[in-house]
Write a protein that binds this ligand. Structure first.
Ligand SMILES: Nc1ncnc2c1ncn2[C@@H]1O[C@H](COP(=O)(O)OP(=O)(O)OP(=O)(O)O)[C@@H](O)[C@H]1O
Ligand SMILES: [Mg+2]
Length: 325
């Protein structure tokens, strides 16, 4: 696009004329003289051939130009089709998420109150039941399961109605430390070693919702711990600032994430865990985007030997204008 078109037609005509003129000199050189009625007709004949060559060159050049134009047009059409397909997919995804949101809000409203009543009733029955009795145990299960459902509904609502960002300048290290402190019990319970490489000075600050950002990093740490399946049990946290962007990586020495799942894991309800909601990363990605940033899975940057394991990278512009939500 916008490129200067090479006029192959005129170049072809020029080359044709040149060949015709060269023919004339070659004929002269070898002493061939074409006569008609005693007149030297060589110039006329060669001129005729030169014009024919020029015409052929011109037509060939035109054909070449048409072919190049057709190729360019085909490439442009292919690019436009690709862009169209991409925006169609984004639309479908946005519509899907909006539908999930509407459904979630409706279900949560209808389900929450009866769940509260069931939980309260189970607690009442439990109070009167013998400590070691089946009734007591059954009530414990009911309360536990309802608490799990309640957490799931909260996550669903958080995803469908993202919280408003409360952005202000916050100390980045404080924000990361909070996530690490929260995740420490989970790391200890799994016996995991935490490797820290926080290359930020104490004064480093960024415009963000500190609570939500800590929540994202905490969620990544919990996922990392949950992924560990055998020695070495390592979780690594790296953070640095590059060209006005805060980068935080949480890596582990678990089995890693297949390249084919690198996008799918951010979709709501994608989970490989028996008791997972599959909303953790979807909400985390939403929070990153609301900050004008990104969350992505990287290959070969895990915390295992030779970079095995998963590595999730969070990137947040340090001074980005708030994204209206
Ligand atoms: N560090 C990791 N290593 C390997 N797989 C991971 C890792 N982090 C996430 N995943 C994959 O991505 C899926 C989605 O993660 P996400 O946090 O959204 O949900 P979840 O952890 O399954 O459920 P929840 O967050 O509700 O406990 C996980 O089930 C897991 O398959
Ligand atoms: Mg999770």
């Amino acid at each position: 696009m916008g490129q200067k078109t090479i006029r192959w037609d005129w170049i072809g005509a020029g080359v044709g004329l040149l060949i015709g003129a060269m023919d004339y000199f070659i004929l002269r050189l070898v002493g061939v003289v074409m006569t008609l009625g005693g007149h030297d007709m060589s110039a006329l004949v060669v001129g005729f051939f030169a014009l024919t060559f020029a015409a052929l060159g011109f037509v060939n050049g035109r054909l070449m130009m048409a072919r190049t134009r057709a190729k360019d047009d085909a490439e442009t059409i292919a690019e436009q089709l690709e862009a169209l397909e991409r925006s169609q997919q984004e639309l479908v995804q946005a519509e899907k998420l909006a539908a999930i949101g509407r459904l979630a809000a409706g279900v949560a409203h209808e389900v929450r109150n009866p769940l509260g009543v069931i939980r309260a009733s189970a607690s009442l029955i439990q109070e009167d039941a013998e400590e070691a009795s089946d009734d007591h145990r059954a009530c414990t299960f009911i309360v536990e399961e309802i608490d799990r459902l309640e957490a799931m509904i909260s996550a669903l609502l958080k995803f469908s109605r993202p919280e408003r960002l409360d952005r202000r300048f916050c100390q980045t290290l404080d924000c990361l430390e909070r996530a690490l402190v929260l995740a420490q019990p989970a790391l200890d319970e799994r016996g995991a070693v935490l490797e820290r490489d926080l290359r930020l000075d104490k004064a480093h600050a960024l415009m963000a919702d500190a609570d939500l950002l800590s929540q994202v990093v905490y969620g990544l740490l919990v996922n990392a711990v949950e992924a560990l399946d055998g020695p070495p049990l390592t979780v690594a946290v790296r953070a640095w600032s590059d060209a006005g962007v805060l980068c935080v990586e949480v890596a582990d020495s678990g089995p890693g994430i297949d390249a084919k799942d690198a996008q799918v894991i951010f979709e709501p309800f994608f989970t490989t865990k028996a008791r997972g909601t599959g909303l953790g990363l979807a909400i985390a990605a939403q929070i990153a985007e609301a900050h004008g940033g990104t969350l992505s899975a990287l290959q070969a940057k895990g915390a295992g030997p030779a970079g095995q394991g998963a590595c999730l990278r969070l990137m947040i512009p340090e001074q980005e204008e708030p994204v209206s939500s």
